[in-house]
Design a protein. Structure first.
Length: 281
């Protein structure tokens, strides 16, 4: 779980992204940002979390003028990061960014993906030009900044348990990007490349796959693919002869948590997004 200091620093990073975009002027194409931090050293625990966002350049063919196309673009980008058959331009871009992060902050960890884009906001029945910055962190927390044109200060909302029915349209794509980045880094590590300490969507292998979600914690959310209340679960007397065996599976991505009296709690996260099926002859 991200600490309150990290959440505060990420909120400030979202505000800084809006301020940087303000310098560029209105009407700019969407910008994608990979956000990372590095923790204070044990020798200086009083040091604040440092946070930095790096622009993830888009291919000219993917530049958008209509924000309605941004959710689909996020999913295309996620798919491009996990293409198992070829090195895609976006994989090369991610490699470059990772090298840049490692050079300056070898203990960095992935915190969030964000999107900055122009939009139309309706206030009092009147459409207003606006800039939005949406971010999703590794805990699934949602950050939404809205800056109306002509106003000095943006409105920023940070929601630890956002309503599944009131999420920004970019949310599924940003979740997919987090998972795709994780998968790509793990694949690189398996091939012999050094594995950075922030190469998992969950902060550590000991963290659960499923967590409570929504108002009054009434829903269950998969932290691998972001699905809400899409689970199969079962409980039965254990084959060990005592106690109970439990089984919980995400029906969207296939991630599984189990418990039993002998081995205790275990988790098997799925690969998300899934690898594309090979073309049939």
């Amino acid at each position: 779980m991200l600490s309150s200091d990290t959440v505060r620093a990420l909120t400030e990073c979202v505000i800084a992204a809006d301020a940087d975009a303000d310098q560029m002027g209105w009407g700019q194409p969407p910008t994608l940002l990979l956000v990372h931090d590095w923790l204070p050293t044990p020798a200086r625990p009083e040091q604040r979390h440092a946070m930095r966002s790096l622009e993830f350049p888009l291919h000219p063919d993917d530049l958008l003028t209509d924000p309605a196309g941004l959710p689909a673009l996020l999913h295309r980008l996620a798919a491009g990061l996990t293409n198992p058959t070829e090195i895609t331009p976006y994989q090369a871009t991610l490699d470059t960014i990772i090298d840049r992060i490692r050079a300056s902050a070898p203990d960095a960890r992935l915190v969030a993906w964000a999107a900055c884009y122009a939009d139309i906001h309706t206030r009092d029945g009147q459409p207003r030009q606006a800039r939005r910055v949406d971010a999703v962190d590794a805990d699934g927390r949602v950050y939404q900044l809205t800056h109306l044109r002509g106003e000095d200060h943006p409105l920023v909302l940070v929601d630890d348990t956002p309503d599944p029915h009131d999420l920004p349209a970019t949310y599924p794509g940003l979740v997919a990007l987090l998972a795709a980045t994780t998968r790509y880094l793990e694949t690189s590590a398996a091939s012999g490349a050094p594995r950075p300490p922030w190469s998992r969507l969950r902060a550590s292998p000991e963290e659960p796959i499923f967590g409570v979600w929504g108002a009054d914690d009434a829903s269950i959310r998969c932290r691998i693919c972001g699905a809400v209340d899409e689970i199969d679960s079962d409980e039965m007397p254990s084959m060990a002869g005592y106690g109970e065996d439990t089984y919980t599976r995400c029906t969207r991505c296939g991630s599984v948590e189990t418990t039993d009296p002998v081995f205790g709690w275990r988790a098997k996260p799925a690969t998300w997004p899934p690898a594309p099926e090979p073309d049939q002859p």
